[in-house]
Design a protein around this ligand. Structure first.
Ligand code: ATP
Ligand code: MG
Length: 569
């Protein structure tokens, strides 16, 4: 494509609204433009990168035996009511009503629609296994759309669904998609890691997230440097902790802690580390029912784990009003000693502590040297917190480390949740009717492109990995002489006819401007054509990422790059 005729609206200045580098660079390079919060137009360069990712996904899905379909964006409320997700999905679901007052939603994901297709069309085990996928625009009214394509309200997703007749088959399908995901993210040139994940809103029995490692990632993962183990901090399994060498139980002592409502305030006032304190979190677990969860001062409660332990779907901190019906202590001073009519559960780490500090259950007081069983009783203990750096690996017991990640893909083993709810059954070889065992598998296409920018840039701009670069070559002419123009035109045509993708800067701009733009846009190879080089019959080829420059004879330039690209992609 010739730049003089292309629509690449670059920006000289950094856009103020962009908080992360990928968002900033995608705006500056004219790849995307915002239409409304979380809603973007893809301009030519952005769309080319997106299509490259889609093509890699499509090739690997097809190779894994999945078949491409395209389901509608609009789906009728009835399907979502059958699974209960019309209510359960809450405000994230975009809902609309047609002229006949019928309710629809804009698909945020497609389990309902595909399961409906299956139950209408598939009858026999002979038609299984079956995996279908689509690449389509999804809609989610995210509470905090941000970071450009990372978290949009309208975004492109590849979603796939597998149907199997038994557990073994389902595991095989899951593994097939897992392997395809590894190939896809390897081919896009991303540094990524599959991690054990939580099954969240969609529900299911086993799941992995594919995380691109990046400091700006919204997800936190723990990993064991001495094994393959990695998990989302929300998911990482933490077993019962061992008690430190049994200490003597010191005398319980009530101390005054005026206005110290936060864990930090109390610890500063009493000059003790956060690890000595136990927080008492009160959650509403029924209409008039609350449950106290005890968590060590430096630990974070994990509401998903607590919900799972209690077998409930929703968990909110109790309102001050409700709290006042159980204790006279204001929030911040609640503790387990003397609490009655409340179920008290301790995180495993708390269950192993001695002589700790807890709220005094009256204003401005705390207790020192509280001890379980002596001073109060608990109704059970469990894994109620997020993992953090230093926690033992479930594989080796060694301390784990943490890293930030961007979730680009997600694979779920769904089991029979949807097929049972919606009656998606088939007849097995003996003529028994059984629910199909399902899996579902998503990749955020735009988020993958944004993650690639996040991982591949420097202070001058993007350094595209070859497989997803909008163009492979950027030709820069630094002279307006007739000879330079002629050589550039010829090289452009030669490269294009060899199937190479070339952006040619034929604009009437100064060399400096063109070089800056070439570095900003970040195509993997820059070819510089100027009078000096041509006098020697040579061109300068610059590798954008390493900055390395090579003089290549004019007649070999096209082939040289062709070979390089084949080597590196
Ligand atoms: P998140 O926790 O980031 O909200 P999710 O668990 O809701 O993600 P899935 O339902 O598993 O996401 O969707 C599959 C994939 O779609 C995700 O792995 C991610 O790459 C992408 N994705 C999800 N939500 C968005 C969004 N709002 N904008 C862009 N991509 C998204
Ligand atoms: Mg989400």
């Amino acid at each position: 494509m010739r730049m003089s005729q292309s629509f690449i609206p670059t920006m000289r200045q950094d856009p103020g609204e962009a908080e992360v580098v990928s968002h900033r660079l995608m705006l500056r390079t004219g790849m995307i433009r915002k239409v409304a919060a979380g809603i973007y137009s893809y301009l030519p360069l952005g769309l080319r990168a997106i299509r490259k990712v889609e093509n890699i996904i499509r090739e690997e899905m097809n190779r894994a035996g999945a078949q491409e379909v395209l389901l509608p964006v609009l789906s009728p409320a009835e399907l979502w009511q059958e699974t209960g997700r019309w209510d359960f999905y809450g405000k994230e679901l975009f809902r609309i009503r047609d002229r006949h007052e019928r309710d629809f939603c804009l698909g945020p994901t497609h389990e309902e629609v595909i399961t409906d297709l299956f139950r209408r069309e598939v009858r026999s085990y002979r038609q299984l296994p079956l995996t279908m996928y689509q690449i389509q625009t999804k809609f989610r009214d995210e509470i905090r759309p941000r970071f450009g394509l990372m978290r949009g309200r309208e975004f492109i997703m590849k979603d796939a669904y597998s149907f199997d007749q038994d557990e073994t088959g389902a595991k095989h399908s899951y593994q097939g998609m897992y392997d395809a995901y590894c190939r896809i993210f390897t081919r896009t040139g991303l540094k990524f890691r599959p991690v054990e994940a939580d099954t969240g809103l969609i529900g299911g029995i086993s799941s992995h997230e594919f995380m691109v490692l990046a400091n700006t990632g919204e997800e936190l993962i723990v990993y064991d440097p001495s094994s393959q183990y990695a998990a989302n901090v929300e998911r990482a399994h933490l077993g019962p902790a061992e008690s430190a060498t049994p200490e003597t139980h010191d005398m319980l002592e009530k101390v005054s802690t005026p206005n110290a409502t936060s864990v930090e305030d109390v610890c500063t006032l009493l000059k003790v580390p956060l690890t000595r304190l136990v927080k008492t979190l009160l959650y509403q677990t029924g209409k008039k029912d609350i449950t106290a969860i005890l968590i060590r001062g430096d630990h974070q409660a994990n509401e998903i784990k607590i919900q799972r332990f209690l077998g409930i779907h929703e968990l909110n901190l109790a309102t001050p009003d409700l709290v006042s019906q159980f204790t006279s202590a204001p929030l911040g001073f609640v503790g387990p000693i003397g609490l009655s009519n409340i179920r008290v559960l301790a995180d495993y780490a708390v269950a192993a502590m001695d002589n700790f500090i807890v709220g005094g259950n009256e204003p401005d007081t705390h207790y020192l040297n509280a001890n379980l069983n002596r001073d109060f009783r608990i109704d059970g203990s469990g894994d109620f917190r997020q993992a953090q750096a230093g926690d033992p690996s479930p594989i080796t017991g060694n301390p784990m480390e943490t890293a930030r990640g961007i979730e680009v893909g997600h694979v779920f083993m769904l089991g029979t949740k949807y097929s049972e709810q919606m009656g998606a059954t088939f007849l097995d070889a003996q003529g028994h009717s059984l629910p199909a065992i399902m899996g579902c598998y998503g990749i955020g296409v735009g988020r993958t492109v944004a993650s690639a920018v996040e991982q591949n840039h420097d202070e001058k701009g993007i350094c595209w990995p070859i497989p997803i670069a909008p163009f492979q070559i950027h030709i820069v002419t630094v002279s307006t002489s007739e000879q330079t123009q002629k050589v550039a035109d010829q090289l452009y045509l030669d490269c294009c006819s060899q199937g190479l993708e070339v952006l040619m800067d034929d604009r009437n701009e100064r060399g400096g401007v063109k070089f800056n733009d070439a570095d900003l846009l970040g195509m993997p190879y820059q070819i510089v054509i100027g009078d000096k080089g041509l006098a020697r019959n040579a061109l300068e080829i610059k590798d954008r990422k390493s900055g390395q420059k090579t003089d290549v004879p004019l007649s070999q330039a096209c082939q040289w790059i062709h070979d390089k690209i084949n080597e590196n992609s």
